[in-house]
Ligand binder design. Structure first.
Ligand code: GDP
Ligand code: MG
Length: 500
């Protein structure tokens, strides 16, 4: 059973709730295990597919600190035998005197909370419940009166539709639901704060996805040569979220509480998905990691085989929703026809959006031979100004090097090819000529916020046969241009936050 439009929005709310303060965390191990086991039984009989169920349970097991072996044993119980399942769960948990334990569980704080949690997972946007058989049997088995079940349902509906339930929560019988309410409140507060929207625009293969990955400091945006992105893809930074959420929409709806890069890639290839939203934490070395900031990748406009790309990009441009547009110019191929066409469209739709130009792939320039960044910047500047941009900010950058250095710092894994490239780029950026800071207006650099990240406690990191100190990698990262960009973005985000 898949997701439908009627529960996609609810799915998003539940997915974003922070379960790190779950009241069950104060209970002993057996109770926590019992709680997850009952929840697992309900989820497996609910509206979610197996992947989604396993994904949700992984989160609970992790947060509740449950041993995977214990949990697997419980999962082997099949659900076909109705309420028998509860007896088996209790027995497996070592409750020999079942009826006594049943009474205890029934009168505990947990049983009602659990019922509420099972119902929450069962709720549809229209205020209906999926009518999960396990939830019904659970209420029967633990002798929870129908009236109380209905009462909880009504309370949950009110909570998710943001109605005032403060008075209801004062009632003793509802006290366990205060936790849901607090989670929901935190979620709403986070959603209500303004976000800085950063949109990346450039022609195909200029390094849009590579840049976004470098800024986030994690591999999130697929950079694929063949199936290049033809979707709206957004990453929202959420510093409080310890999981990585993914939501796909279009003909095919899907969601994950812990999304993997492989899953993002397969969504990206899925023709029935046209929008992917990711939410999680940025790299721990990022200066923007505490900002409410969101990054949007666009497919560009110049794919002759797929004009859908142009449609999506123009739509985003036309909405003028971005605070900042990052426009990537290719240092090795400046002022191509395609680019000129795209830049014209961007300038036309700029409005109040701030634009920052990036001269990318500077690592591919041979600065020991004839290439010269100062020259390229001059040409780029003239080119951009010809298109009507007055005094443009252009930052030379190597997004590929920046990304690799940041993944290494954050303990991310690299492919063999990336390791090889990282070592070569690391050597390249030792040369002062490749320090991008040299090519940027000194007064601009001085006006930017300083790095608050302190790499005092540096560690040694092994890459192939070489051992490098994190401090040295951090210094190399600063030369790639990414650091200037993030400082600039931090400045913009703090100014627009003050302005509100
Ligand atoms: N050497 C080098 N390669 C880069 C850089 N940025 C991107 N690339 C490569 O250019 C190709 C296209 O990058 P991608 O991010 O997928 O471009 P997009 O189509 O604009 O999203 C990939 O092979 C990247 O590895 C860079 O700064 N230096
Ligand atoms: Mg791309």
């Amino acid at each position: 059973m898949g997701m439908s439009n009627s529960n996609y929005k609810i799915e998003k709310i539940i997915g974003k709730l922070n379960f790190n303060k779950h009241p069950i965390l104060n209970q002993n191990y057996t109770t926590r295990l019992a709680y997850v086991s009952f929840l697992a039984a309900a989820l497996r009989f609910g509206k979610r597919n197996e992947l989604q169920v396993n994904d949700i349970l992984t989160t609970y097991i992790h947060i509740f600190d449950i041993k995977v072996t214990d949990f697997n044993e419980l999962l082997n119980i099949d659900n076909k035998h109705g309420s028998d399942v509860f007896i088996r769960i209790l027995r497996l948990l070592g409750f020999t005197d079942i009826s006594e334990r049943k009474m205890k569980f029934n009168h505990s704080y947990c049983s009602k909370l659990l019922l509420g949690e099972m119902l929450l997972f069962d709720l549809n946007e229209s205020g209906d419940f999926f009518n999960n058989i396990i939830v019904r049997l659970y209420a029967e088995y633990f002798e929870i009166p129908i009236i109380f079940v209905e009462h909880i349902k009504a309370l949950l509906i009110k909570m998710v539709s943001n109605e005032d339930v403060k008075d209801l929560l004062k009632l003793k019988k509802n006290e366990s639901f205060k936790y849901f309410f607090d989670c929901m409140k935190d979620y709403r507060k986070h959603e209500a704060t303004d976000t800085i929207n950063v949109t990346v625009i450039a022609t195909m293969s200029s390094g849009k996805s590579t840049l976004l990955n470098a800024l986030i400091g994690k591999k999130k945006f697929p950079s694929e040569n063949k199936a290049c992105t033809s979707k709206y893809l957004e990453f929202k930074n959420n510093p409080k979220l310890s999981r990585e959420l993914g939501f796909a929409s279009g003909e095919h709806l899907d969601s994950r509480w812990n999304i993997s890069y492989d899953e993002i890639r397969s969504w990206n290839r899925d023709a029935e998905i046209d929008r992917i939203e990711l939410e999680g934490m940025m790299n721990s070395y990022s200066m923007l990691k505490k900002a409410k900031i969101s990054f949007i990748d666009t497919p560009g406009t110049n794919n002759s085989r797929d004009n859908q790309h142009g449609v999506i990009t123009r739509k985003i441009l036309h909405q003028r929703n971005s605070n900042v547009i990052l426009y990537i110019l290719n240092a090795t191929n400046l002022a191509a026809d395609d680019d000129s066409q795209l830049l014209k469209e961007v300038v036309k739709e700029l409005g109040n959006q701030q634009i920052i130009f990036l001269l990318n792939k500077t690592d591919q320039m041979d600065l020991d031979a004839d290439d010269d960044i100062t020259d390229s910047l001059r040409i780029a500047r003239a080119y951009v100004m010809e298109h009507g941009v007055i005094s443009p900010t252009i930052i030379p950058i190597s997004t590929y090097a920046a990304g690799l250095f940041r993944y290494i710092l954050d303990g991310g894994s690299l492919t063999n090819r990336e390791k090889r490239d990282a070592l070569a780029l690391f050597r390249l950026f030792q040369s002062p000529k490749y320090d991008m800071n040299r090519y940027i207006d000194k007064s601009l650099i001085k006006s930017l916020p300083q790095s608050a990240i302190n790499v005092r406690s540096h560690k040694n990191i092994q890459i192939d046969s070489e051992l490098l100190s994190s401090k040295v990698i951090y210094e190399a990262m600063k030369k790639t241009g990414i650091h200037i960009l993030e400082r600039l973005l931090l400045q913009i985000s703090s100014i627009s936050q003050i302005g509100r």
